[in-house]
Design a protein around this ligand. Structure first.
Ligand code: TXA
Ligand code: MG
Length: 538
């Protein structure tokens, strides 16, 4: 099919476009929000072509576009009085109302719902087309399903050249994000999608307004939602998008740390300088929401490139029109949002031998955490820390042979004498703590400190959270005999020499019991960590 481009400046365009619509064809139309892909909304066959061209799921209903407010009575019934007031205040304009549908509206337009969405767009060419065609236009946003919306005729040509009859070029869209949708079909009005008309503006007319939770949260695939379109991944460029919240300095530090060649930053104009090393693309001015809504989709389309890898995106805060930007960006990011930490988050981990602490440590390092194994730190210090060695030599001269520490000898002394052990711990704990503090990185990080003597070694006060890892004795025995190749008797004596699980548990903020397979424990650790806000933030 040859897709013709009809210029908005040409006075014959509305007539030509209306003729195509009447013949059951598809025409991309300009509106103040985004370009729509329009067909005769009362002709099921024409409407079905929209779904095919867009690759749109059949259960996602379309908006009926009308040329003036009074037409809503042709397609809707039981219209509440507030709908007339909203129309008076905001039509023509970026507001869609969901109302009970009359029988003349085909099921494929409403996707079988008893309601229909109607809107009178603020674009005179498009309203002329509707009036000349004499039928309402069913029109979703003209992008291919799941992709960022189209805000120029060129965007539409990119997605649909050769697939639709015509594109009416009315220039770039003024608002740039799709209309605000409000459901007036039952009880208290409900905001289903934020857009150019803000919740505050709606409340002024309506009094009460419920904000549907799908506006700011991800929706499960099989969930029943008010606007079926809300459950699909949307507006998404073909690369990973992550929203980076927080102040500019922390955001920059985070991006600096995670940026890989080819990645991009999507930011505000005033941030271009600071993100200069990270291939930034600005979509508007951070303090002028109209520029952000107008520029967002063009920017997301520019980033629609699988070779990019990750886009780190800056998102405006607050309500009003910022809500519309947040909603689109969050969907594009699949709700991946990161608040960079301004400081370390330190998890102290303790528990007896063979309980599975290493699985938890492994999970934390997979999440990008830095792990300090205090046992290993201690053994390194025995090689390198002259001050610590001198203190040990001073207290335990007999443990040294030719000036070299004999660890077996030292062990023999301290394990048979409580006072000796206490003195050795006093020396080593101090050194280990100083070494951990010395090793802490400069950039804020997620850190795990693993120490059987987390509390005795005075490391717990460094931690934001402490976790005890426990496991049934028979499991620990099995692990120790298999892992360390020691006899069951020896393994048991090692376990019994340590604090009991209950004691570790009583000292810590949280306990993770490892009583199943390693895989199951790994899952348990992950689920626990993701439940902790501060870790989600990294
Ligand atoms: O600004 C806009 O609204 C643009 C321009 C072209 O007018 N159109 C647009 O259409 O964004 P679309 O199809 O991309 O999004 C329409 C949304 C979908 O999420 C759909 O599920 C919802 O409106 N919707 C349509 N009919 C509905 C109904 N009866 N009840 C609830 N939600 C409905
Ligand atoms: Mg859409």
């Amino acid at each position: 099919m040859n897709t013709i481009i009809l210029s908005g400046a040409d006075t014959s365009t509305p007539c030509k476009a209306a003729a195509i619509i009447k013949q059951g064809g598809l025409v991309a139309i300009p509106t103040e929000t985004v370009y729509g892909l329009a067909a005769n909304g009362l002709d099921p066959e024409a409407v079905s072509k929209i779904f095919i061209a867009k690759g749109r799921p059949q259960d996602n209903p379309l908006i009926l576009h009308i040329s003036e407010a009074k037409e809503m009575e042709r397609f809707c019934h039981s219209i509440p009085e507030c709908a007339y007031r909203l129309a008076e205040a905001f039509w023509p304009g970026p507001l869609t109302m969901v109302l009970p549908a009359r029988d003349c509206v085909p099921k494929c337009t409403t996707a079988g719902l008893s309601t229909v969405a109607v809107r009178c767009p603020d674009n005179s060419i498009t309203r002329q087309i509707i009036a000349l065609a004499g039928v309402p236009l069913a029109a979703p946003s003209a992008n291919l399903s799941g992709k960022p919306s189209t805000t120029t005729a060129e965007h539409v040509r990119h997605d649909h050249d050769g697939r639709i009859d015509a594109i009416v070029d009315g220039g770039p869209c003024r608002v740039g994000v799709e209309s605000t949708i409000v459901d007036l079909s039952e009880g208290t009005p409900r905001l289903l999608r934020p857009g150019g008309i803000t919740p505050e503006q709606l409340k002024e007319i309506l009094g009460e307004l419920i904000v549907d939770k799908a506006v700011s949260a991800s929706v499960e695939k099989d969930a029943v939602v008010k606007a079926p379109g809300m459950k699909y991944r949307h507006y998404a460029p073909d690369c990973r998008v992550v929203i980076i919240d927080g102040d500019l300095i922390s955001a920059k530090a985070y991006i600096e740390k995670h940026f890989a060649p080819g990645n991009r930053v999507l930011c505000f104009e005033e941030e271009l300088d600071i993100f200069a090393p990270f291939s930034p693309l600005a979509y508007g001015n951070g303090s002028d929401m109209d520029t952000l809504t107008a520029g967002l989709f063009a920017a997301l389309r520019e980033l629609d490139d699988p070779s990019i890898g990750t886009v780190f995106a800056r998102c405006p805060k607050g309500s009003g029109k910022a809500l519309a930007v947040q909603n689109r960006l969050e969907k594009a990011a699949g709700f991946q949002r990161i608040t960079p930490r301004k400081r370390h988050f330190i998890i102290g981990i303790t528990g007896g031998t063979g309980c599975g602490k290493s699985t938890l440590l492994d999970v934390i390092s997979q999440l990008g955490g830095i792990v300090f194994d205090c046992d290993a730190v201690y053994h390194r210090l025995l090689e390198s820390d002259k001050v610590m060695l001198a203190a040990i030599k001073n207290r335990f001269p007999d443990a040294f042979v030719n000036g070299v520490l004999d660890r077996k000898k030292l062990g023999k002394v301290v394990f048979s004498d409580e006072n000796a052990l206490r003195d050795l711990n006093a020396i080593t704990h101090k050194a280990v703590k100083a070494e951990v503090l010395r090793l802490l990185p400069n950039t804020p990080s997620l850190i795990a400190i693993d120490a059987i003597g987390l509390f005795e070694g005075d490391l717990a006060p460094l931690c934001d959270m402490t976790i005890a890892v426990t496991a049934p004795e028979e499991m620990r025995l099995r692990r120790l005999t298999e892992r360390d190749g020691v006899s069951e008797k020896y393994a048991l004596s090692r376990i019994r020499a340590q604090k009991a699980d209950a004691e570790f548990a009583s000292l810590c903020d949280f306990t993770l019991e490892n009583s199943d397979t390693e895989g199951a424990f790994r899952e348990k650790c992950l689920a626990f960590l993701f439940g902790q806000d501060i870790i989600k933030g990294e």
